[in-house]
Design a protein around this ligand. Structure first.
Ligand SMILES: *Cc1c(COP(=O)(O)O)cnc(C)c1O
Length: 672
């Protein structure tokens, strides 16, 4: 023990002597050289254009989101067709109506615009390439099954005969009741049992064109049996496992080992079975889905090439082929970089439609097969933009950045060395001195662990260390190239912004698959965001945080934010999160659904169409089988007992019971 202690002391002394000598000589040469202040603009010279560039809003937000003169985000829900509203003012107006944050705002007009755009792109491609078939899109409702949204989808889809796609029995129940557009398709995917297939076949009688897509060989036997029993002729499809390699997070959705679909030998088996039963004319559709968020157009081109070949082969084999369903995968440009990075896509919606239409037409023409009705199942590309999640910052926590007093007589040498390091950091030596600062801080901690450094000294050494880091970071930020070892510094020094949200409930993909959504303040955008922060949510889970943010063809670990002022609200928005997040959210720590509202633009402003109140505590508790009446009764009885034993006063009794009961009917999030 004592030997170790001496060794540490000597090492520290040695390294320190070298450093201090060096410091002293450098100090002399650098004495006059002022360390430049970080190259940031004066607060008054910061413009909304700077915010636009920083948060990349033009890249991911066009044509729906931009920044106005007041430094607030504006929403143009109809895209280029005019009309806009100030998001910050909208949130304030909603708060005045007791709609508390976190708040999910759905813009019905954006949904309509997305449907129109997708149809317009396919129609343009069809006209351009003289394609003699039509486009009939379907929306995969697994993206967002919320009733008001599906109602809107059906309504806005009517002019385009836009249909719906389901992947399970409960989804089928929804769509059978909701879709009433003449000519729209209803595509049934997912694993199926006899009940699923019979319901689907019977429902054809309601007038919709319903297509049962076979995902498993056994399903064809169920269909043949149901046909014999019901005497109804279904339209069948096959989902093919393409050999085309997917890309990104869902890349393994293709290939022989993919979870869904039929291999080519299995497709042949289905064809033979249908032919034997004399029912090959049932088979009319060929479907593939190569995964979500396809970032590269080449992958799409390869897939459509292979799928078109399978399509014409099936037609040649005698199936009555009429439809080709290209599945989902149409990407969303979350970082606005227009690249094949996984958070982006290197093609436009029009490129996507063009490549599909052109390739399909060529291959059909080559084999003299009539072109099919073209179906796509774009979910993400339709539903992402329409909703914005607004949440507030509750407080922040920073590493201490104030410089402590100079070293005092009798204080540990570690403090002296840290102080000297701090004083001498400059552009030439910042990288090297970073190592020194880390080393001195570690020395201080080992001395503390050995009992020779007091808590007060340890506190001082840590504060000096943070001060060194801060100074180094300021210099590093100005460099074109930041050394790898310093990249982490940004993260270590980041402020923590505590947000009134549960990542698990409202943005589960951030937690589960490191998805990045554009996140930015919705106001103060005419002011420089001088802080760098990560976001920590309300849950007691260290995973309940957001520390990946969009960047140009990259991700970054901290977000530029404004200094939080406790007397003023600070609202952040998470954008493009209308697909998958709501339904995949969970009740971690029993934070429930957030309040949601549906907004539609009117000639005079906007109109709130629906308010969907978030879960109350009672509702959330009932999901986990608590009976809140029993719980209130339990508290009441325990209050009675406490009163009897004189542990509680009558006023306290009343107050406790009242608060308890009131809380149960309240929102699960914090309110101030
Ligand atoms: C999930 C899914 C989709 C939707 O994919 P997006 O990438 O969101 O467009 C479409 N079709 C099938 C079969 C799916 O499983």
């Amino acid at each position: 023990m004592s030997f170790q202690l001496i060794a540490t002391e000597i090492e520290l002394e040695n390294s320190a002597t070298n450093v201090t000598d060096r410091l002293k000589s450098e100090l002399k040469t650098n004495q006059e050289q002022l360390i430049p202040i970080a190259k940031r603009k004066l607060p008054s010279s910061w413009t909304i254009e700077d915010s636009e560039a920083l948060y990349r809003i033009e890249g991911w937000g066009q044509p729906y989101f931009s920044i106005n003169e007041a430094g607030h985000i504006t929403v143009s829900p109809k895209g280029d067709r005019g009309g806009s509203l100030d998001l910050f003012e909208l949130v304030n107006a909603l708060k005045q109506r007791n709609l508390e944050l976190p708040l999910l705002i759905r813009f019905s007009d954006i949904l309509e615009d997305r449907i129109e755009r997708l149809n317009a792109c396919f129609n343009k491609a069809i006209a351009h390439y003289n394609y003699s078939g039509v486009y009939r899109g379907v929306f995969p409702i697994k993206c967002n099954q919320e009733r008001h949204l599906i109602e809107d989808l059906v309504k806005f889809g009517k002019p385009h005969q836009f249909g719906l796609e389901v992947g399970s029995k409960p989804e089928l129940m929804i769509v059978l009741a909701m879709l009433d557009t003449p000519g729209a398709l209803l595509v049934c995917n997912g694993y199926k049992d006899r009940e699923y297939i019979e319901t689907a076949m019977l429902a054809q009688r309601l007038g919709q064109t319903l297509i049962i897509v076979l995902e498993q060989v056994e399903e064809v036997n169920l269909v043949i049996a149901a046909n014999r029993e019901l005497g109804i002729k279904p339209i069948l499809g096959v989902r093919a496992k393409l050999s085309t390699q997917g890309i990104g997070r869902w890349g393994t959705s293709t290939g022989d080992r993919a979870k869904f679909g039929l291999t080519i030998p299995e497709i042949m088996e289905v064809v033979n079975k249908l032919r034997e039963a004399n029912l090959l004319d049932f088979l009319q559709l060929m479907h593939f889905h190569i995964g979500s968020q396809i970032s590269s157009i080449n992958v799409i081109k390869n897939a459509i090439q292979e799928a078109s070949r399978i399509y014409v082969e099936l037609a040649t084999l005698g199936a009555d082929m009429k439809y080709l369903d290209v599945g989902g995968g149409l990407g969303v440009d979350y970082d606005g970089s227009q690249t094949n990075f996984y958070t982006s896509k290197n093609y436009s919606m029009q490129n996507y439609a063009n490549d599909i239409v052109a390739k399909l037409k060529d291959i059909c023409a080559e084999r003299h097969i009539p072109v099919p009705t073209l179906i796509s199942e774009s979910g993400r590309a339709i539903a992402s933009h329409q909703s914005v999640l607004i949440f507030d910052v509750l407080s922040t926590s920073d590493v201490p950045l104030d410089l402590p007093e100079p070293p005092q007589e009798g204080e540990s040498p570690a403090i002296k060395y840290l102080w000297e390091t701090y004083q001498s950091i400059n552009q030439e030596n910042y990288q090297e001195f970073y190592h020194d600062a880390v080393q001195f801080k570690e020395e201080a901690i080992s001395r503390f662990n050995l009992g020779i450094l007091h808590l007060k000294e340890r506190a001082k050494s840590e504060r000096l260390y943070w001060a060194c880091c801060q100074k180094i970071l300021k210099i590093a930020r100005q460099q074109e190239y930041v050394p790898d070892e310093l990249e982490n510094l940004e993260k270590i020094m980041a402020s923590i912004y505590y947000i009134n949200l549960s990542v698990f409930q409202s943005a589960p993909d951030c937690w589960a698959i490191d998805q990045v959504f554009p996140i930015m303040p919705i106001h103060r955008l005419d002011e420089e965001p001088i802080q760098r922060g990560i976001l920590a949510d309300l849950t007691c889970d260290s995973d309940g945080k957001i520390d990946l943010f969009i960047n140009r063809r990259d991700v970054k670990s901290v977000l530029e934010l404004h200094t939080f002022k406790s007397e003023e609200p600070y609202y952040l928005g998470m954008f493009l999160n209308g697909a998958y997040q709501e339904i995949m959210g969970n009740l971690h720590n029993l934070f429930g659904n957030t309040n949601a509202i549906h907004i539609q633009l009117t000639p005079k402003g906007y109109q709130i169409q629906h308010v969907v109140k978030g879960d109350t505590m009672s509702e959330v508790l009932s999901y986990v089988q608590y009976d809140t009446e029993d719980m209130v009764e339990n508290i009441r009885q325990r209050c009675e007992k406490a009163l009897e034993e004189k542990r509680i006063s009558l006023t306290e009794f009343q107050k406790l019971l009242q608060t308890y009961e009131q809380s149960l009917s309240r929102y699960t999030y914090l309110s101030f």
